[in-house]
Design a protein around this ligand. Structure first.
Ligand SMILES: Nc1ncnc2c1ncn2[C@@H]1O[C@H](COP(=O)(O)OP(=O)(O)OP(=O)(O)O)[C@@H](O)[C@H]1O
Length: 663
């Protein structure tokens, strides 16, 4: 690196930063203009505001590490960075190439064995717009830039890796597969990083579709979501909903766990049958005949009559709530003949009169709501847990607070919503919303109309518009951002779904995700050897065949970027206990061997700098909560008191130093 070269590259980087600043200013000005534009149709304006806001946020996060690399070929030179910048005066010639563009790809994939036309690959080290240095990596597999990145101390949140994506990772990030992609790999192989960069890549390659539908990222717990939550915004992407499996049913947010036995019961597919039975159990027959008092006679609504009506309602093939009116009609039909028998007369109009009387009769209506109640998913499950479970052969499901939802209840609530159908609540809410809007519009028109200053022969607002029309204009647009709308709507379907730590999800969880992603565009990352959940995956085929038979692909990552080789060798014992045939990933770095001590205070190992965690069966950080996280120094307390999978997870969290303390 000569001083002249450094100055030339600094000039280039300064120029790119100036360009970025210009583009930022232009996008902001356009956004301000769109926000103030009163003439533009409202819908157009909202689309423009949304697109421009996204553009502004994308450009504003790009300044840090704006340009991180350069590749030279025999006839071209490409600067690679976080966003694309173009020379608008020179036919949109690229000044900086977005890391996701095809032209940037050789930056990640060229090797000495397969240089892809690349003669030089250069990595820049920058701070803001200041170039601190650069180096050329001779197209080696493991570059200095990677080792520097891996040796850097970690912070509380995960960072993006655009400057140092490795070839095996790049292949997965850009894989053109449209269905389900499973990325498997041991601890620290960059599965999470790769999945998030794949989202950023897909948002780049299929922006039109994905920004309309959004992307859902499912992670194991809130701590993990906080840890990874900055990666996509740092890449300028915001149309992403993050959720734990305990948050996938709108209105419920839980991290309570059932016992492993209950998790297994609720997580297996037989839970669907249990719910079908629970719904059937709510289609009841009267124990005693219910008297229906007509004008002339009292007809007993017997179990036989209700049974007849129930058969008809069940045969209608509708969902439970939607079949209630069918049950009502069938009950009325079934009561006509006994009523006529009791009246003892029959002439053509009499049957029609009796039917009419029965149809509107409060006794019949009460019987319908008692025997075939409209239910919400929560009511169905709460009643089940409050005691109905015993009659269905599962007394173990009974619990003191039936509404204390657990993570394993969430897929059951979702399944129940499917079985029950609409309870009318959403429609009622929409109708109430609409009534309020019309009332508001009427108020607005009234104010305009009673304005004293108005002349009698002037055209008045009410001559031109009515309240319904005004209400339409008022409520047409939903102002919430996509992520909020999607998270609140159980029937929202996402353009792409990412599932991290996917080995933890139960068969019932997968059914929820299948509903949220009917196009089966998914990236699933996990490691079967790290499974801690009783109802989790033991075999990808078993999980994915029902979801996307013939449409899923499997890729494996083999290099460990987190844990030094010495720590990985130590953790290999735990891995062998989980699965004797499993192969541990190969670490790229070496470090100090783990330290084993007895009876020491775990907190005495807290280093002066860097991130630190104590993982112990009793907390503060349990192996379960440590899933997916990493720290510079980790103290694992009493690994023998953990299951082999928990031990394997706990021992593979350190990026530098591992201490094992036995109490
Ligand atoms: N190409 C890369 N350049 C720089 N850092 C990387 C790269 N790939 C992975 N890393 C870093 O390695 C660490 C481990 O990555 P990540 O958490 O994605 O692994 P994982 O496979 O999801 O691990 P686990 O299974 O334990 O959750 C992170 O700090 C990540 O930033």
């Amino acid at each position: 690196m000569t001083i002249g070269e450094l100055a030339a590259e600094q000039q280039r980087i300064t120029f790119l930063h100036d360009r970025l600043a210009r583009e930022q200013a232009a996008a902001r000005a356009e956004l301000d203009a769109a926000l103030q534009d009163g003439d533009e149709q409202r819908w157009h304006r909202e689309v423009a505001v949304r697109t421009l806001s996204a553009q502004v946020s994308r450009l504003s996060v790009a300044a840090e590490n704006l340009c991180f690399g350069r590749i030279d070929t025999t006839d071209d030179r490409v600067y690679v960075g976080r966003v694309g910048l173009f020379d608008t005066e020179r036919d949109y010639e690229p000044l900086l190439t977005d890391w996701r563009a095809p032209a940037a790809r050789p930056f990640y994939t060229a090797t000495a064995a397969n240089p892809e036309g690349v003669t030089r690959r250069r990595h820049f080290r920058t701070r803001g717009s200041r170039l601190e240095g650069f180096h050329d990596d001779e197209l080696q597999l493991t570059s200095k830039a990677l080792i520097d990145a891996l040796n850097a101390p970690r912070s509380a949140t995960m960072r993006d890796i655009v400057a140092t994506i490795q070839a095996e990772q790049d292949e997965v990030i850009r894989l053109p597969h449209r269905g389900v992609l499973v990325i498997e790999g041991g601890p620290g192989t960059g599965k999470t990083a790769v999945a998030l960069h794949r989202v950023a890549y897909l948002l780049y390659a299929q922006r039109e579709r994905l920004s309309r539908q959004g992307v859902l990222v499912v992670g194991p717990n809130a701590g993990f979501l906080r840890y990874i939550g900055e990666v996509l915004p740092s890449l300028g992407e915001t149309d992403v909903v993050f959720a734990t499996p305990g948050e996938l049913f709108p209105g419920v947010r839980t991290d309570l766990e059932d016992t492993p036995e209950l998790q297994a019961l609720k997580g297996g597919l037989s839970a669907v049958d249990l719910l079908v039975e629970a719904v059937a159990d709510r289609q009841e027959l009267p124990v005693e005949p219910v008297p229906v008092e007509l004008e002339d006679v009292t007809v007993p609504l017997t179990a036989a009559i209700a049974g007849q009506a129930r058969e008809r309602a069940r045969a209608a093939g509708l969902r439970h709530n939607e079949a209630q009116p069918v049950f009502h009609r069938a009950l009325v039909d079934a009561l006509v003949a006994p009523a006529l028998d009791l009246i003892g007369e029959d002439w053509p109009e009499l049957a029609a009169d009796v039917r009419r009387e029965l149809a509107g009769h409060p006794d019949v209506r009460r019987a319908v709501t008692g025997l075939w109640p409209v239910l919400t998913p929560r009511q169905l499950l709460a009643d089940l847990y409050a005691g109905r479970c015993s009659a269905l052969g599962h007394p173990e499901l009974r619990r003191a607070d039936p509404h204390a939802w657990t993570v394993s209840d969430v897929p059951l609530l979702d399944e129940a919503a499917e079985l029950l159908g609409s309870d009318g609540e959403a429609e009622r809410r929409a109708a109430a919303e609409r009534r309020r809007a019309v009332e508001y519009a009427q108020g607005v028109l009234h104010v305009i109309d009673t304005d004293q200053a108005m002349h009698e022969d002037e055209l008045r607002a009410v001559d031109l518009v009515d309240a319904e029309w005004l209400a339409d204009r008022h409520t047409a647009a939903d102002h919430r951002v996509l992520a909020e709308r999607a998270a609140a709507d159980r029937e929202w379907t996402y353009g792409h779904i990412v599932v991290d730590e996917a080995q933890e999800l139960s068969e019932m969880d997968w059914r929820v995700l299948a509903r949220r992603g009917p196009n089966r565009s998914m990236t699933i990352v996990g490691d079967l050897a790290q499974r801690q959940a009783e109802a989790g995956a033991r075999d990808w085929r078993k999980v994915l065949d029902p979801l996307a038979r013939g449409r899923w692909q499997h890729r494996r990552l083999t290099v460990n970027y987190r844990t030094p080789a010495e720590i990985m060798a130590y953790a290999a014992g735990a891995l062998a206990e989980v699965d004797p045939d499993a192969v541990a990933p190969t670490s790229v770095r070496h470090g100090e061997p783990p330290l084993e001590v007895t009876g020491a205070d775990p907190w005495s190992f807290r280093p002066a700098t860097g991130t630190f965690a104590v993982i112990s069966p009793a907390g503060p950080l349990t192996p379960r909560a440590a899933k997916g996280l990493e720290f510079d120094t980790v103290v694992v307390v009493d690994p023998e008191r953990m299951t082999p999978a928990e031990r394997y997870v706990a021992l593979t969290r350190a990026t530098r130093r591992l201490v094992v303390v036995r109490t």
